[in-house]
Design a protein around this ligand. Sequence first.
Ligand SMILES: [Fe+2]
Length: 325
Amino acid sequence: MSSSAVAAAVCADPVALNLWHPVAAVVETAPGAVHETRLLEEALSYAVTTDGGVHAWRSAPSLAPGTEFDAALVPEPLQAINRFGYLWTSYGSPPDDLFDLPEFHEPDRRNVWGGTIGVHTSAPRAVENFLDMGHFPYVHTGYLGIEPHTEVADYDVDLSPDGSEVVATRCRFFQPMGAVNASGGMMVGYVYRVPHPYCAVLYKSNSVDESRNDAITIFCQPIDEVTIRAHMLLSMLDDASDDRAIKRFQLLIFGQDKPILENQHPRRLPLEPRAETPIRSDKMSIAYRRWLADMGLTYGVTPPEGSRGRVDDGCRDPGPSPTQK
Ligand SMILES: [Fe+2]
């Protein structure tokens, strides 16, 4: 297959097309203007109106980026919703609503939009890395882990009763400085949720309130199969730190993950059970990969059994680099 034929291909995966996808933090989107990004290999335009309404459509000459938004000029609106401070849209028939994140609505929480970072990897690779405690001492040395505390203790992983999420509980890890307001090293308890093929939530214990957890999410916007914009949201119990300090800490941590992610090959996540060595495929990633395979997702992964006849990464032009906000 020639590279030009590959570059012309767009997403044909109905599972991916029917998902809600995050495209921008509403608070960081200048209201009343047309903005543009890419989603599933297509140019996508969006706008937030001054009264908070959200709009999305396939880019069209009638509404160029930077011009004033006029709903009457939208050729064919896509469904769009504002959830957790992000604008979500879909090219297909998405579920009636997105997964819930109850913590976001708790009045004493600090919701901080942790930034958007372009990463040259697939959304499932980014989610799997987000779920992996094993890399903490090596990639986030001095923050989320430190030698010799390298052991990932046993934990439980299951599907939610309706099968809509992968959930891991009873995770514990020693962290020298697990959050911007941490006063020192502590055993930090984690719970992970994967409520969407390209999104994950982690809950971690904190030093402010032992009975509740901080929530940190990664919402991946697939630009194409091997390029994402990773949007982060932090829902914290932290009265002391300002938003910028919380955001800076999250960007520091994710900045350590980015080169690791970009060096992982193949960039698409292999769903074949024996595709990678067991050391990478711990219980949580095995459950996540199986869950993706069972839902029939093909976009951003290499499905089990046979290929789709598309060349793997390295041969395709991912297009312009996603901008980092
Ligand atoms: Fe990491």
